[in-house]
Design a protein around this ligand. Structure first.
Ligand code: MG
Length: 154
């Protein structure tokens, strides 16, 4: 990482610590996903899973969207009533709760992939384009350390 990016990350992290009252360890965002399986691997596996069960007939865009929203609800329930929790979860989640979190995050991701398939949206490319769009919408020099909506910066 270049020093400018490290500097920005430090400032963001310090801002979060200041706002949330969390320690440095609780705001450490450094984390890497595994390189395998790829999104395309998962996409193919999900498609096979559905074809083998003849579930394609039920997986219309609308049905998949509603299933996705349902899973977001299940994910939300895990955090409900816990109050704020630190990045990395700290001691807020026991092993069983963490496993439940992994399962619900996976359900959300699975339906997001299926919905993207059903809509024939190339999700990685769409996300890449959206990030670029957000960079234009939220220029660092105007937005740094602020949580306002884009229309409030002008
Ligand atoms: Mg679920």
């Amino acid at each position: 990482m270049c020093s400018n990016k490290e500097n920005i990350l430090d400032q963001v992290t310090n801002g979060i610590k200041k706002d949330s009252g969390l320690s440095e360890a609780e705001t450490n965002f450094e984390f890497k996903f595994s390189s395998q399986p790829t999104l395309e691997n998962l996409s193919e596996e999900l498609l096979d899973f559905c074809k083998q069960r003849n579930w394609q007939q039920y997986h219309t865009p609308r049905n998949l969207l509603l299933a996705l929203v349902g899973e977001v609800g299940e994910l939300s329930e895990i955090f409900q009533w816990k109050g704020e929790v630190p990045v990395g979860l700290g001691s807020s989640f026991n092993e069983k709760e963490r496993e439940h979190l992994e399962q619900e995050l996976s359900d959300v991701f699975i339906y997001l992939i299926r919905l993207s398939q059903a809509c024939k949206v190339d999700l990685p490319k769409a996300v890449e384009a959206k990030i670029e769009h957000n960079k234009q919408k939220y220029p660092v020099e105007k937005c740094f350390g602020q949580s306002k909506k884009y229309h409030e910066y002008n």
